[in-house]
Design a protein around this ligand. Structure first.
Ligand code: SF4
Ligand code: SF4
Length: 243
């Protein structure tokens, strides 16, 4: 059965437990960084930081400041454009059981620029040492051992849930209805086409440029259009719950 992760950003406090848990589980090396006047650190995803809590600060018209937190990582697209963009048949694979999109060691033979530009969420990064292209693998080793992905396990705020896709869609729809009572712009980002579904309380671009699929470099085609996910009846779950 396909799996999914629901990330409820309204419960995220930017503690970065998921970011640290991911880095520890993956045994990624430390990366030199510096204070840049923002809570977001490091500044971007990297080969040794495949999970990053993005931090956006916005000034309201009345002078109050709003913070938006977005724990960014691969969305595990149902029909992954990065997989379609690969030149080798088995450098990027999709696990049949879970739907996780996994980069193998053969990504070292792929053209990084092609793979990176094919991703509508700007996720793939190049490991300069191994030349492999890297990203989140949905903690496939843990999931196969009936453990939660480490980022989900590490979240003390209950902002992340993992389970069967159908269950996560149902939970997402329920949370959307609850959050929309106070936040009319709340929405589920690209839920028909991805396995990592974000609930945001405001316009997605307030959180991150690539919170939803963005325009591609491909002339005449947007990255969003590259996603093959067609309209899904699952969206109707949310609509029916809204009455
Ligand atoms: Fe590939 Fe990007 Fe989709 Fe992840 S989010 S599966 S890297 S296209
Ligand atoms: Fe990192 Fe695993 Fe979470 Fe992916 S699922 S972001 S690899 S902890």
């Amino acid at each position: 059965m396909p799996k999914a992760i629901l990330i409820d950003t309204t419960r995220c406090t930017a503690c970065r437990g998921c970011q640290v848990g991911c880095k520890e589980w993956k045994n990624f090396p430390p990366v030199a960084t510096k204070q840049r006047g923002t809570h977001q650190n490091p500044p971007d995803l990297g080969p040794y930081n495949v999970k990053l809590v993005r931090f956006s600060e916005h000034m309201e018209a009345d002078g109050t400041v709003k913070w938006y937190f977005f724990p960014d990582a691969c969305r595990h697209c149902l029909d992954a454009p990065c997989k379609s963009g690969a030149s080798l048949p088995d450098s990027i694979i999709q696990d049949k059981e879970t739907g996780a999109v996994i980069y193998t060691e053969k990504t070292a033979k792929e053209d990084f620029a092609t793979i990176k530009s094919s991703c509508p969420y700007d996720i793939p990064r190049l490991d300069p040492k191994t030349k492999r292209i890297v990203k989140c693998d949905m903690c496939i080793d843990r999931v196969r051992a009936n453990l939660l992905p480490m980022c989900v396990k590490s979240c003390a705020m209950g902002a992340m849930s993992f389970g069967e896709r159908a269950d996560m869609l149902k939970l997402a729809a329920q949370r959307l209805v609850a959050v929309q009572k106070d936040n009319p712009k709340a929405q589920l980002c690209d839920m028909e086409s991805v396995s990592v579904i974000y609930l945001v309380a405001d316009a997605p671009n307030m959180y991150h440029k690539f919170a939803v699929a963005e325009a591609a470099n491909t002339p005449g085609m947007t990255r969003k259009e590259m996603l093959a996910g067609a309209f899904s009846p699952l969206r109707k779950i949310a609509q029916s719950l809204q009455g």
